[in-house]
Design a protein around this ligand. Structure first.
Ligand code: FRU
Length: 482
């Protein structure tokens, strides 16, 4: 056993034995979510290694059980067959080798002939260098491969690529591998920052999933942010899409208002070797308007659906998540199915989530207001007919306002310091809203725009003023952990 494996597995097991009280404290927090995946204790960020094998969905995630600020990253793990009943599993991957000593960073799964191939980044910090946390030489960014038949037992980790295998103009920031298969071979995308401070995607090619050669890059003429994290290249309804997370993109009007962005673009990239330049930046769209959406990952399930799960969180220096005090932080978004409509990516909550619905009621705006709905854990669907302006209150202090072509989600006093996010729209036809104890996911016009955010406020109150609508409301049952 390598020295790090011994240290971290023992650390985890000892922590688990000794920290019953910590787990109870977190479980008692009033902001715990009813139907979202959260860390049992501590910190969670990106979804990792998403896949379905033999009917079982595996959801791994960046995880630090020990404390809520996310110092040392493991892969947490849970499974489900239906997105309603879940099993909490032990952490799946520890930083147990010299090449992943300071964090088992994000990665993905690629399933072929019943074998799951995992590719992830082993993070190493060179503490003896002045710039160890940053840009040029201070980090080892190792691309690692391992396999599993069942998602629980893994092969030895195999180091595929390390800093000197990346192009010479890369900084120490290269990470988050994702693999796509084409008729002519396998391609891996990696998020990167070059030494000039420009974000881009590196593309590697392989014929056997083990030996990888540099193939080219996907980039822009002018820098679009200084680092692109978590790239995901996939075919959807016959078209090639790139989702990735550029950091350092300046806000433009109501767009790119989050701390870091998550963008999607349809590409005409033909995988020719060399540089592919994304010319038409107007086609780069936000995947979600925020505040809390980052580092999503997609995968194709056994029925052929392209499913996306994101991190419902973001490192936001202007805000301290109130759950930190209770010993935990962040969650994953609901799983969403992806499609193209009118030439753009649309997201719809998975149909399995309908099994959580209870107590359906259909109301017009007036009867909704009279009903005095006070729930916090609900799903609401509203269909509008020529609505020019309206205000929909989602809980006391939180409202969606539609006026003069602008839809704004205003968190009011429930934002813990965060204020509002907006989108410009031609029309407002439809809203589907998932409210959980301390989160909101608002799907606009059948998922062509989405707002995902944490929100804090214990007082319910659903109202609609300003225009008519047909509103369907459901209470939602929590996930079953069994
Ligand atoms: C995105 C990210 C990834 C990295 C991981 C580390 O949120 O920064 O680029 O692999 O988180 O936890």
């Amino acid at each position: 056993m390598k020295k790090y494996q011994k240290v971290y597995r023992e650390m985890y097991e000892q922590w688990h034995r000794e920290n019953q009280a910590y787990r109870e404290q977190v479980a008692a927090d009033e902001n715990r979510l009813a139907y979202h995946l959260m860390p049992e204790t501590g910190w969670l960020n990106d979804p990792n290694g998403l896949c379905q094998v033999n009917g079982v969905y595996h959801i791994y995630y960046q995880y630090t059980p020990f404390e809520p600020t996310g110092e040392l990253k493991l892969w947490g793990h849970c499974t489900t067959r239906d997105f309603v009943h879940y099993q909490q599993c032990e952490p799946a991957v520890y930083p147990d080798q010299d090449f992943d000593a300071h964090g088992v960073y994000s990665g993905s799964a690629f399933v072929e002939n019943g074998l799951i191939h995992y590719f992830y980044t082993g993070n190493v910090k060179y503490f003896d260098r002045d710039d160890y946390d940053y840009i040029l030489t201070g980090r080892g960014s190792n691309t690692i491969h391992m396999t599993s038949r069942d998602g629980f037992y893994f092969s030895e980790k195999e180091l595929l690529l390390t800093n000197w295998d990346y192009p010479a103009d890369m900084s120490g920031h290269v990470r988050d591998p994702k693999v796509i298969r084409r008729a002519d071979g396998y391609y891996m995308v990696l998020g990167a920052r070059d030494i000039a401070g420009k974000g881009l995607v590196l593309v590697y090619r392989s014929e056997d999933l083990t030996s990888w050669q540099y193939h080219g890059r996907i980039t822009t003429r002018e820098a679009f942010g200084y680092m692109w994290e978590c790239p995901d290249l996939f075919v959807l309804d016959g078209r090639l899409f790139l989702i990735c997370c550029p950091q350092g993109v300046p806000q433009r009007g109501v767009d790119f208002a989050n701390v870091h962005q998550c963008t999607a673009v349809m590409l005409d990239y033909d995988f020719a070797p060399g540089e592919y330049i994304l010319e038409d930046m107007a086609q780069v769209r936000m995947v979600d308007r925020g505040f809390d959406f980052y580092a999503p990952q997609t995968f194709e399930d056994e029925s052929g659906r392209r499913i996306l799960i994101g991190w419902m969180g973001i490192p936001d220096p202007d805000y301290t998540n109130p759950t930190v005090e209770a010993g935990w932080q962040h969650a994953l978004t609901l799983p969403r199915e992806l499609h193209i409509a009118d030439g753009r990516l649309v997201q719809t909550p998975l149909k399995e989530l309908q099994a959580l619905r209870r107590n359906r009621r259909v109301l017009e705006a007036e009867s909704l207001n009279q009903a005095g709905e006070r729930g916090l854990v609900y799903e609401l669907e509203a269909e509008f007919d020529h609505c020019r302006s309206m205000t929909m209150t989602l809980r006391n202090g939180v409202a969606l306002e539609w006026k003069a072509g602008l839809l704004t989600l205003d968190l009011g006093p429930c934002g813990s310091g965060r204020t509002s996010r907006s989108v410009e729209l031609d029309r407002l036809d439809h809203l589907q809203i998932f409210s959980d104890t301390s989160s909101l996911e608002v799907f606009v016009n059948r998922g062509s725009e989405v707002f995902t955010t944490r929100v804090y406020g214990r007082e319910g109150g659903i109202r609609l003023e300003g225009c008519g609508a047909r509103v369907t409301l459901y209470d939602l049952e929590g996930f079953c952990w069994c």
